[in-house]
Design a protein around this ligand. Sequence first.
Ligand SMILES: [Mg+2]
Ligand SMILES: [Zn+2]
Length: 215
Amino acid sequence: MAMTAPTANELKLDEPAGERAVFIDKDGTLIDDVPYNVDPLLVSLTLGAGPALALLNAVGFRLVVVSNQPGIAYGRFGPSALGNVEERIQELLAPYGVAIEGFYYCPHARFEGCGCRKPSPGLIRAAALERGIDVAASWLVGDILDDVEAGRRAGCRTALIANGNETEWFFSDLRMPTIVADSLSRAARAIVSTRHTAADTPGSRRHAGALVGRR
Ligand SMILES: [Mg+2]
Ligand SMILES: [Zn+2]
């Protein structure tokens, strides 16, 4: 689907901007997944990611990356290696007039049982606290259900990009996304079209999984 400018009616600007964010998974959501990659030359945005982030930014969503990086625990690369990847991502987003305001990583392996590895909500909570972000007005976008669960545990609405990266489909109440979309573009359009009211907060009965652009 081509990205077209949303109409004024689509942009529900009735809630305060500035404190809401979209927390974005990195690998497989913002950039194409190359396992354990820290080579900036191998970084590419997923299809439509630039315009999608520009749209979210235009309606007042701040942009924060939250990412599991167990490669650090496994000794595949040091924490500083991710700086080059961040720089490349910002470079690729610059033509769209957007920037990621913060990158938050879990450097642990699953067996370490930390509180920051998604599906735990630690990364989102830390970012929200540090940056004054209202999680209840925010979204988490990711390509697997662990992302969704982290977002819901933190109190965000959630969008699952059903691009084939989730393979286990282990569902529970906490793993039900607010919306399912087949691309970041469609997820972004659905997010900006969602009227945010108190009744729609995660956990309420109206927090139903609407399907957007599902194949
Ligand atoms: Mg991912
Ligand atoms: Zn961790």
